[in-house]
Design a protein around this ligand. Structure first.
Ligand code: ATP
Length: 298
C-alpha cells in the first residue's frame, strides 16, 4: 500500500523575509546560539535563513529523528516536508498521504464537545467522517474521559485535551507521519499507555520524521537521527552516534541503555510467544499470567 511513499529534497532552502526588522542593528549577517542565521536577500530585505541546502532522501520504512538547538530549523523542516512551506530555493518532492502532527491543539474547537472534536480533528488529519465514527468507541475508551466527551472542550484541563488529541492522532493510518513533540501535558500513567499506541502508529506508518527534545522518546520511535544545526544538516546516522556528537557521552549512554532495554523487552516477548506456540502445539496449556489466571477462574 505504501510502496510509492517517498520524500526527496534537493538543496532546499527556506527563508523567512522579515519586513519590519530593525535594519540598523542587523547590518551584518549574524549567527547566534539559537535560531537560524539572519541575512539579506537579493532585494536587501532582512531574512531568517531557517533552512539551507537540505538534501534528504527518505523511503518506506525510514524512521528518522531530528535533534538540534532551539531555532535550528526542525519544525520548519517538518513544515517543508508537509507541503505547508514551499522551498525558497531548491526542491522538495513528497509522495504519499501526509499526517502533520505538529500541535496537538490544532483543529480543536473549544465550543463543541469532545466527541465532535474527535471527528473534526480526524478530518483535519485526512480521515473521513465515516472512518472517524467507526473508530469513535475505541478512541473514547482510550481517552478515559467518559461523560466529559459530551461536554464542550473548554471545560477540559490541558491534559484532558491532549488525551483527546492523542486518541485521534494514534487512530489514523498515515503514509508519512510528521511528528513534532508537544505531548508532555498528560499524567505519567496515561503517557505510558499513549506511548504504546504511538509506537503502534509509527509501526504502521510508511515514513516517520520526528522532531524531539527527548532522546528517550527518539530512541523508542526512530532508528536514525539527523542533527540540524543553524538550518543545515550537520550529521546523520545512528541515534547513539548523533546524540553523542550533539550532546555528549552521558546522553549517548542513556540512548544506548534505552535501546538495550527495548531490545530485551522485544526478545522477551518473542520468547514468550514461541513458548506459547510450542505449548499449544504439544497440547499443553500455555503459561498464564496471574491476571489471566484470575480472569479465567472468575
Ligand atoms: N514564521 C516565521 N517567521 C520568521 N521566522 C521564523 C518563522 N518560523 C520559524 N522562524 C525562524 O526559523 C528558525 C528555525 O525555527 P524552527 O521553529 O524551525 O526551529 P526548531 O528547531 O523547531 O526550534 P525549537 O526546538 O525551539 O522548536 C528560527 O530562527 C526561527 O526564528
Amino acid at each position: 500500500m505504501t510502496e510509492h511513499v517517498s520524500i526527496e529534497t534537493r538543496d532546499a532552502c527556506v527563508d523567512f523575509p522579515i519586513f519590519d526588522a530593525k535594519s540598523r542593528s542587523l547590518k551584518k549577517a549574524f549567527l547566534g546560539k539559537a535560531g537560524g542565521s539572519i541575512g539579506r536577500n537579493n532585494s536587501d530585505v532582512v531574512v531568517v535563513e531557517a533552512l539551507r541546502d537540505i538534501n534528504l532522501s527518505l523511503k518506506e520504512g525510514d524512521r528518522i529523528g531530528l535533534v538540534g538547538h532551539n531555532g535550528a530549523g526542525k519544525s520548519t523542516l517538518l513544515r517543508l516536508l508537509s507541503g505547508i512551506y514551499e522551498p525558497t530555493r531548491g526542491s522538495a518532492s513528497i509522495r504519499g498521504r501526509v499526517a502533520p502532527v505538529f500541535d496537538l491543539g490544532v483543529g480543536m474547537d473549544p465550543e463543541i464537545s469532545g466527541y465532535e472534536n474527535i471527528i473534526i480533528r480526524g478530518l483535519f488529519l485526512g480521515q473521513t467522517r465515516k472512518q472517524m465514527l467507526a473508530k469513535m468507541d475505541e478512541i473514547a475508551d482510550f481517552t478515559e474521559l467518559g461523560e466529559y466527551l459530551s461536554m464542550p472542550l473548554r471545560t477540559y484541563s490541558t491534559g484532558m485535551r491532549v488525551r483527546v488529541a492523542m486518541g485521534v492522532v494514534t487512530s489514523i493510518d498515515p503514509e508519512i507521519l510528521l511528528l513534532d513533540e508537544g505531548i508532555g501535558a498528560v499524567d505519567a500513567e496515561f503517557m505510558k499507555k499513549a506511548r504504546v499506541r504511538l509506537q503502534a502508529l509509527v509501526e504502521r506508518s510508511g515514513i516517520l520524521v520526528f522532531a524531539s527534545h527527548s532522546n528517550e522518546f527518539l530512541a523508542q520511535l526512530c532508528d536514525r537521527a539527523m542533527w540540524i544545526d543553524h538550518g543545515q544538516i550537520r550529521q546523520e546516522g545512528g541515534i547513539e552516534d548523533v546524540v553523542r556528537a550533539y550532546e555528549g557521552d552521558d546522553a549517548a549512554d542513556h540512548v544506548r541503555h534505552v535501546i538495550y532495554e527495548m531490545d530485551r523487552e522485544k526478545s522477551g516477548l518473542t520468547r514468550a510467544a514461541e513458548r506459547d506456540a510450542r505449548s499449544v502445539g504439544s497440547n499443553e496449556r500455555p503459561v498464564r499470567t496471574a491476571a489471566e489466571a484470575e480472569a479465567e477462574s472468575a
